[in-house]
Design a protein around this ligand. Sequence first.
Ligand SMILES: [Zn+2]
Length: 358
Amino acid sequence: MEDLDQVVVENFPRYLRIPSVHSNISYDECVGFLKNQARGLGLPISIHYFFPKKPVVIITWKGKEPHLPSIMLNGHMDAVPVFENGWTCDPFGAEMDDKGNIYARGAQDMKCVSIQYLEAIRRIKKENVTLKRTIHVSFVPDEEIGGFKDIKPFVESEAFKKLNVGFVLNEGSASLNNVLPLYYGERIRGVMLIHCPGQPGHGSLLLEHTAGEKLIKILDKFYKFREQEKKKLEEDSRVTIGDVTTVNLAVIEGGVQNNIIPPEFTLTIDCRIAITVNLKEFEETFNEWCKEAGEGVWIEYQQKESQVPATKLDEFNSYWIAFKKTADHMDVQLKPQILMAMSDSLFANALHSPITAC
Ligand SMILES: [Zn+2]
């Protein structure tokens, strides 16, 4: 193994052994690890706090023409929780098997990508090459729980403006062959709480306009819509999950005791809206469904994003041209598509900086 390979198989497990999994993550160890990385690469590091204990870490490699818009390589430091009884190895052991596979929570999503950014820089620097544009490698907290608290103030801050970001690369998904999914946009997430108030009373009666009847009517609308979207996906192999809108019932709340008709049921609907949908019209449709479900049914939006245009993959986007040229040179096929879930790039995209993820 070359020295550089040795460095990466030591660095990557070291990052994985930091248990930065939800909930109540302490990011101190991640920050310490990244400070060491920056020192090893001979690059400056800055740490920004927009909320206590939620660091946004930036390692910067200055380019030959630093006045040009920079490239940001983004990664999140957090990972989803671990249920240890479902694991056959220590989720924070980061042991390598004899095939060279390394197992740990967060290995795929997405500490491997952040380590790839750093190791790519290490290799290019070793060749005594300085890139034209400045590179900022960002490490952000709490992506797995929405990132709203931390990423939004970051991308709206003066500190972010000063980075003069022109292009962001963010996480995508893995591929088993040389066809890589390339995500150039994200669906819009909406979380709706649908309140279904109704006539309360004793469970022995057949009252009119109960919360339960309204619940069924509104759910029926949502599930009929869901069926239509499912059909679009099943009937055309070119359509991916990112191209359709998904609605799913996530929570039902309400009820007092088992012989009482409650005054209200509340449904939580998780909604991922395709970028081709007209949001205003979509919202009007929901309001119409509420009206049809019965008196007093209304929607409270727990999360409501605005429409974000996808990155343009055309000849006017010089970043895309450069990216595509390199992919072609590496004989890697790119499969452009819309990301089915949501990641931090939505926020950077809101600043109209071109985004892609791969
Ligand atoms: Zn991720």
